[in-house]
Write a protein that binds this ligand. Structure first.
Ligand code: CA
Ligand code: CA
Length: 216
């Protein structure tokens, strides 16, 4: 045992040649240590990498879950809002998906439209037979609706820019005044006339009540 220990003793440091150019067991030991050191460092780097990846994954998973939660909250908020909004302002009558208001005062067709627009509405546009039936009993007098042929005689247009497709004219109407020069041309439409619940055209300057329409 003693002999082996003696043999394993490092060479004397006093020999400059040996300390400068090392070979043999001592050099292998150093290489071995270097390899261990490299492997150790590599392990540390790998561990750090894994930790960083873990943190990143955890953060992105948390982000995703937060985004999902926010989207659900926003959807609920919009649903509540749309439910709340589906009522008409005080004094307006709801029918189907719209709110309607019959004016108290009377005025020209232009004045009627201005009034409706100042209320966030417009003169009524009639899109269905049900709407026509409902509105013709809304009033018992000739009342302005959002229909005219001011731009081109005989081409009736709604105030929302759509052309007239389904109409509910009374017999012999629209007659543009029937050629009478007494009242001038008739370019604006009413929901009914004095005799029945069908449309008539009258001079736009006539003083009549009007119906405004807006979405709830
Ligand atoms: Ca006309
Ligand atoms: Ca007429």
């Amino acid at each position: 045992m003693e002999e082996i220990y003696v043999d394993m003793k490092p060479p004397k440091a006093a020999d400059p040649k040996r300390s400068r150019n090392q070979t043999g067991p001592r050099s292998s030991q150093r290489s071995f240590h270097s390899v261990i050191l490299c492997l150790g460092l590599l392990s540390v780097f790998l561990l750090v990498g894994l930790i960083v990846l873990g943190v990143l994954y955890r953060d992105s998973a948390a982000d995703l879950s937060a985004t999902k939660e926010n989207l659900t909250k926003e959807r609920d908020r919009l649903q509540t809002l749309s439910k709340q909004k589906k009522t008409c302002p005080a004094g307006w009558k709801m029918f189907s998906c719209s709110c309607y208001l019959l004016s108290n005062e009377s005025g020209s067709w232009n004045k009627s439209r201005e009034d409706c627009r100042s209320k966030g509405a417009d003169l009524v546009v009639i899109n269905s037979a049900e709407e026509q039936t409902f509105l013709s009993t809304f009033t018992n007098k000739p009342t302005w609706i959002g229909l005219n042929d001011i731009q081109t005689e005989g081409t009736w247009m709604w105030v929302d820019g759509t052309p007239l497709t389904q109409s509910y004219w009374s017999t012999n109407q629209p007659d543009n005044g029937g050629g009478s020069d007494q009242w001038g041309e008739e370019d604006c439409a009413t929901i009914r006339n004095s005799e029945n619940t069908l449309w008539n055209d009258l001079p736009c300057t006539s003083y009549l009540q009007w119906i405004c329409e807006k979405l709830p």
